[in-house]
Design a protein around this ligand. Structure first.
Ligand code: BGC
Length: 721
C-alpha cells in the first residue's frame, strides 16, 4: 500500500445524503459549532466520490440507508486495491438514526432494568439491524460515569455507578460484536474519558482529576470493555487535567494500549482533532493538531478533509513516523477482514426487509420498556382501578419524546405515545387527551387553562412532563447532546401545570419522560403517585399505560441519584465519608431519590443476610440473603449488594455497589439470592497507589436500594493469610 492508501484508511467522511441534507438545511452555509450536521464547502459530491475511487477515504458515518451504502461500496470497488468501506453509525439504543428500525429505550432507561441479559439481547438485535443496512460499526457503548445531571448526555449513559456501567457496557459490547459474524458489528467504547463530570455541567468542558479518581471511577468501565474484546475506542471531547483527550498519550497509548493491551483502533470524535487548535489552543495550526493526535494514539479521523494531506506530507518529510500509519491502517483493515467485508461488501435488501423492526425486536423493545419503568411514589392511587374517566395531559403526553436522543424521525405509526398507549390499554374506560401545549422552551400559559378547567371532571389525571431530547426538534430541545442546563428543575410551565391541576383534582399521577434527572421536591411532597419513565423508546407509551393499569408491575430502579436541586450537584451515592460532614443549611443533604430506589405494587422483605465473619484477602466471599414477596401480586425485584471498607489507608466511599440480581417472585415466595465477591470487589488503590485488599473490617449490605434504611448490614473481617 502507498502512504496515501494507508492514510486513506484513516479518513472518515459524513455520507453523501447527510452532506446534501445539511447543505440544504443550512442554505449552503457551514453549520456553526454543530456536532450534528456537516458538509464540506470546498468539496463537491463528485469530488468525494472521486476520493473514494482513489482510495483516499476508508470509512463513512451516518449513511442514510442501504441504498447509499451500496452506491458508495460500488465506488470503493473501483479503487486500485478494492478495499471496502467501513460504515459507522450512532446505533446507540437501536439503529434509530435510520428510518424504519427498532427504537429501544435509551441507555439510562435500559440501565434501570439492571438486566445484563436483556441488554445483551438488545445489542445483538441492534447489530443485526445495522448489518442488514450494510453498516458495520456502532459508536456505542457510552460507558462514561454520569456524575452531573446538568449534562445533557446523561441519558446516553448507564448511570452513576462504575460497577453497573461496566457490566451493562460489557453486555452491549458482547451483544454487538459476538464473534464478528455476519450479524455482528464493531462496538466502540466512548468517550475516553471523563466527560460525565464536566466541571460546569456542559458537554466537553474540562475535568481535572487525580490519577486515583481516574483509576477508581472513570477507568473501570473502559477497562472492562477492553477485557470484553471491544474493538474500537473513541476519545472524549474534553481535556483531562490539562491535556485534551485527543492529544493525551498517557490515556490513549500508555494506559489503553500498553497497560490494558487494547488491540483495536481509536477514532477521534467529531471535529475534535481540529479542536486541539481552535478550542483547546494546544496546537498553533490544524496540521500541528493532526500530528499531536496521531502521535498520542488516534487511528481514524472523524470526519472530513484536513487530515489526509498533512498526514501524508508529515510522513513523507519524516516529521511523523510511517509506523503510525501501519499501526492505524493495519487495525482498520483487520476489522474489515474480520467482518467479512472483503468477501461481500454489499447489503442485502431481502434480508433487511426481514430483519428491520421485525416482530422479535419489537417485542424486546416493549419488554425493555416494561422492565425499565420506575415507580417513585405511590400513596395507593396506582394501579388505577375502577376509574371511568381519565384525563391525560402535559407536554410529553402525546408525542415522540419517549424515544429520546439519537433517533431520527420515525414513521408516526411506529411509535406509541403515552396517550395512544392509554387509549389502547384502558379499554373499559374513557381516556381524554387535553393538550396543554408542547413547547418546553417557549411555553404558553394560555394553553394551561383548558386542562386545568377540565381536571375536576375526571376520576384521575395523568400529567406527562419532562424534557425534550429529539434531535430533529433542535431549537425546542431541553436535553440531549450539547443541550446542557444550569438547572435541573422542570423546564417551562410544567410545574405550574401540575400545581394548578392538583388544586382541582388530588388524583394526579405525574409521569416523567426525561433524559436526565429532574429535581422537583414539590412533586415528591405533594403528588400521590410519581413514575420515572426516562425515555422508554417506541413502545414506551404502551408500557407506561400497562404500569398505570397494573397489567405490568413496575420493577425498574434508579441507576442515578436524583439530586434535590442543582445546588446539590455533584451528588452521587458512592461519595466519600466527609461529603456531608457539615450539612447544608437550606436543603437536605439527602438526594431527592436514592440510587437503586424504585417501588413495586407488591412489597419485598429481606432477611437472613448470610456473611462469613472472616475471610482471607485472596478469597472469593459468598454472601446470601433471602428475599420474600410479602404482597399480593407477583413481581421482579432487583436485589443489590454494597460494601464499605470501614478503615483504609486512603478514603473509601460510604458504599459501593458490588453485585445485583433481578429475580422474579410470586406472592408469598422466598428466594435465596447469592452474591460472589471476588478479591477485586474489596481491592482499591492504597495510600501508595498499589491495587490491593487491605485487611480489616468491611460492612456488607444488601437490600432494595442504596438508602440506609433499605439495607441489611453485617461485618466481615478480612485477614492476611
Ligand atoms: C458525539 C459522538 C458521536 C459522534 C458521531 C459526536 O458529536 O460526541 O458520541 O458518536 O458525534 O455522531
Amino acid at each position: 500500500m502507498t502512504i496515501k492508501e494507508k492514510a486513506g484508511q484513516m479518513c472518515q467522511y459524513v455520507a453523501l445524503e447527510h452532506y446534501k441534507h445539511t447543505k440544504k438545511l443550512f442554505n449552503g452555509k457551514v453549520p456553526k459549532n454543530s456536532d450534528q450536521y456537516a458538509f464540506y464547502p470546498d468539496l463537491s459530491i463528485q469530488e468525494i466520490k472521486d476520493m473514494v475511487v482513489k482510495g483516499e477515504i476508508g470509512s463513512f458515518l451516518h449513511a442514510k440507508d442501504l441504498n447509499e451504502v451500496h452506491e458508495l461500496q460500488q465506488l470503493a470497488m473501483k479503487s486500485r486495491l478494492k478495499i471496502p468501506l467501513l460504515f459507522g453509525i450512532d446505533a446507540i439504543h437501536g439503529h434509530a438514526v435510520v428510518e424504519g428500525t427498532t427504537v429501544y429505550p435509551t441507555e439510562l432507561s435500559l440501565s434501570s432494568t439492571w438486566n445484563n441479559n436483556l441488554l445483551y439481547e438488545i445489542a445483538k438485535e441492534t447489530a443485526q439491524e445495522v448489518r442488514a443496512t450494510g453498516m458495520h460499526w456502532t459508536f456505542s457503548p457510552n460507558v462514561e460515569v454520569a456524575r452531573d445531571p446538568r449534562w445533557g448526555r446523561t441519558g446516553e449513559t448507564f448511570g452513576e455507578d462504575p460497577f453497573l456501567v461496566s457490566q451493562l457496557g460489557v453486555a452491549f459490547t458482547k451483544g454487538y460484536q459476538g464473534n464478528f459474524g455476519k450479524d455482528n458489528i464493531l462496538a466502540c467504547a466512548k468517550h475516553f474519558v471523563g466527560g460525565g463530570e464536566p466541571f460546569n455541567g456542559t458537554n466537553g468542558a474540562p475535568i481535572d482529576v487525580s490519577e486515583r479518581q481516574l483509576r477508581e471511577i472513570w477507568f473501570p468501565p473502559f477497562k472492562a470493555q477492553v477485557d470484553a474484546g471491544v474493538y474500537t475506542f473513541m476519545a472524549a471531547h474534553n481535556e483531562v487535567s490539562g491535556i485534551p483527550a485527543h492529544a493525551n498519550k498517557f490515556l490513549l497509548t500508555d494506559i489503553l494500549r500498553h497497560e490494558w493491551n487494547f488491540k483495536g483502533f481509536i477514532v477521534s470524535d467529531w471535529d475534535d482533532i481540529e479542536h486541539l487548535h481552535d478550542i483547546h489552543h494546544i496546537a498553533a495550526t490544524k496540521d500541528e493538531a493532526v500530528k499531536l493526535a496521531v502521535n498520542a494514539g488516534i487511528d481514524m479521523h472523524m470526519h472530513g478533509p484536513g487530515f489526509l494531506v498533512p498526514l501524508c506530507r508529515m510522513v513523507k518529510t519524516g516529521e511523523l513516523s510511517e509506523s503510525v500509519l501501519n499501526r492505524a491502517a493495519g487495525k482498520i483493515l483487520k476489522a474489515k477482514f474480520m467482518l467479512g467485508l472483503f468477501e461481500n461488501p454489499y447489503p442485502d435488501k431481502t434480508y433487511a426487509r426481514k430483519v428491520l423492526r421485525c416482530e422479535k425486536h419489537r417485542k424486546t423493545a416493549l419488554q425493555a420498556a416494561r422492565e425499565a419503568i420506575i415507580l417513585l411514589k405511590n400513596d395507593g392511587l396506582l394501579p388505577l382501578k375502577n376509574k371511568k374517566k381519565i384525563m391525560i395531559t402535559g407536554p410529553n403526553a402525546n408525542n415522540e419524546r419517549i424515544v429520546g436522543d439519537w433517533v431520527l424521525k420515525q414513521p408516526d405509526e411506529n411509535v406509541i405515545t403515552v396517550y395512544e398507549g392509554m387509549k389502547d390499554v384502558f379499554d373499559n374506560c374513557s381516556v381524554d387527551y387535553i393538550n396543554s401545549g408542547e413547547s418546553l422552551r417557549h411555553p404558553d400559559n394560555e394553553k394551561l387553562k383548558l386542562p386545568v378547567a377540565k381536571a375536576s371532571e375526571y376520576d384521575a389525571v395523568i400529567i406527562v412532563v419532562g424534557s425534550n431530547s429529539l434531535r430533529y426538534q433542535d431549537p425546542e430541545k431541553t436535553c440531549g447532546e450539547n443541550i446542557d442546563r444550569a438547572n435541573i428543575n422542570l423546564p417551562g410551565n410544567q410545574l405550574k401545570l401540575i400545581k394548578e391541576i392538583y388544586a382541582k383534582n388530588k388524583n394526579v399521577v405525574v409521569v416523567l419522560v426525561n433524559g436526565r434527572p429532574l429535581g422537583e421536591p414539590w412533586i415528591k411532597e405533594n403528588i400521590p403517585a410519581v413514575i420515572e419513565a426516562w425515555e422508554p423508546g417506541a413502545y414506551g407509551g404502551q408500557a407506561i399505560a400497562e404500569v398505570l393499569k397494573g397489567k405490568i408491575n413496575p420493577s425498574g430502579k434508579l441507576t442515578i441519584s436524583i439530586p434535590y436541586c442543582s445546588g446539590q450537584i455533584n451528588y452521587f451515592y458512592n461519595h466519600k465519608p466527609s461529603s456531608f460532614f457539615h450539612p447544608y443549611r437550606d436543603i437536605p443533604s439527602e438526594p431527592l431519590w436514592y440510587f437503586g430506589y424504585g417501588l413495586s405494587y407488591t412489597t419485598y422483605r429481606y432477611s437472613e443476610l448470610n456473611v462469613p465473619e472472616n475471610a482471607y484477602i485472596n478469597d472469593t466471599v459468598t454472601v446470601s440473603v433471602n428475599v420474600t414477596n410479602t404482597g399480593n401480586v407477583s413481581g421482579d425485584e432487583i436485589a443489590q449488594l454494597y460494601i464499605r471498607d470501614n478503615y483504609s489507608s486512603a478514603t473509601r466511599p460510604v458504599k459501593e455497589l458490588k453485585g445485583y440480581k433481578r429475580i422474579h417472585l410470586n406472592p408469598g415466595e422466598t428466594k435465596k439470592v447469592e452474591f460472589k465477591l471476588p478479591p477485586s470487589a474489596f481491592a482499591f488503590y492504597d495510600i501508595n497507589m498499589n491495587y490491593i485488599v487491605e485487611p480489616g473490617e468491611f460492612t456488607i449490605m444488601t437490600g432494595s436500594s442504596s438508602r440506609d434504611e433499605d439495607l441489611l448490614k453485617k461485618t466481615l473481617i478480612m485477614n492476611n493469610r
